[in-house]
Design a protein around this ligand. Structure first.
Ligand SMILES: [Zn+2]
Length: 125
């Protein structure tokens, strides 16, 4: 069965979206990806590099390592929450609406992980 590209509702074979609203939402989403793709990539790479620096620092200095990697996780979480761009495979599998939900949940997980990481670094190690 064919599904709406946005909300994954079942539709007939000659349609792409179940209604105009889904079509508008999907087009808005693809516009956002196109216009924000560079800034999204920059923040994503910065977050990953910062996290690696944090882990390396953590080997020598638990306090600073957890602080840096925690901040990196929070940064990544915020970026993915504001710009919930999942992979093309995720879009294909879940359709856009569900993919945004899943990506935002993962983003909140990153923020939570970052906060716990920082808290552990300050109070435990
Ligand atoms: Zn729909």
């Amino acid at each position: 069965m064919k599904q709406c590209e946005y909300c994954a509702k079942e539709i007939s074979y000659h349609e792409q979206y179940c209604n105009e609203e889904c079509k508008d939402n999907a087009l808005d989403f693809f516009d956002k990806i196109e216009s924000k793709n560079i800034i999204f990539s920059v923040f994503q790479i910065a977050g990953i590099i910062l996290m690696i620096i944090g882990f390396i620092t953590g080997v020598f200095q638990a306090f600073w390592g957890t602080l840096i990697s925690g901040c990196a996780a929070i940064l990544l979480g915020i970026v993915f929450y504001i710009l919930p761009f999942g992979t093309l495979e995720m879009i294909k599998k879940f359709k856009i609406k569900k993919m945004i939900k899943i990506t935002k949940l993962i983003a909140l997980g990153f923020i939570l992980f970052g906060l716990i990481d920082i808290a552990l670094g300050q109070f435990v190690f």
